[in-house]
Design a protein around this ligand. Structure first.
Ligand code: DQA
Length: 147
């Protein structure tokens, strides 16, 4: 199977960006680790980070054409704003897991609202980059069970 990891705006700054909130690892570190886990399990992993909402939307549309089986998605600030990304996921019916590095529920009230949580398979928040690894474990388990 093929899993797509999507990272939203400002996640390209990981490692330098508020390290007390987001940790010291870079996005390349995280992507490399996820890729090797996925490969070891006999699956493929693709990833994209974008600061542009339309690029993320178009990547989701393309994912349907490519037959991508699962998306692991950290929508970053778009979590709290983007009906368009929500509609892209609803429109393509690709199952996805929502991921956050920080615990959005113990931060500012505007981060408590997500346009994705009620349509996600599940949400993992607050465990740093481990949130992504746990989401990948869940995706791999699910894909192995059903395929
Ligand atoms: C984030 C949480 C969002 O509120 C924030 O806008 C981000 C990152 C996280 O991974 O903790 O950019 O999605």
């Amino acid at each position: 199977a093929t899993i797509l990891v999507l990272h939203g705006p400002n996640l390209n700054l990981l490692g330098n960006r508020e390290p007390e909130v987001y940790g010291h690892e870079t996005l390349d570190d995280i992507n490399a680790r996820l890729s090797s886990t996925c490969l070891a399990a006999g699956h493929h992993l693709l990833h994209l980070q974008s600061n542009a909402e339309y690029e993320l939307i178009e990547r989701i549309h393309d994912a349907r054409r490519e037959g991508i089986n699962m998306i692991i998605f950290n929508p970053a600030a778009f979590t709290h704003t983007s009906i368009a990304l929500r509609d892209a996921l609803l429109g393509t019916s690709i199952p996805f897991i929502e991921v956050h590095l920080s615990n959005v529920h113990k931060r500012e009230p505007f981060r408590h609202k997500s346009y994705f949580s009620d349509i996600a398979l599940g949400t993992i928040t607050g465990l740093g980059s481990l949130s992504y690894d746990l989401a990948l474990q869940a995706a791999l388990t699910r894909l192995t069970d059903t395929h």
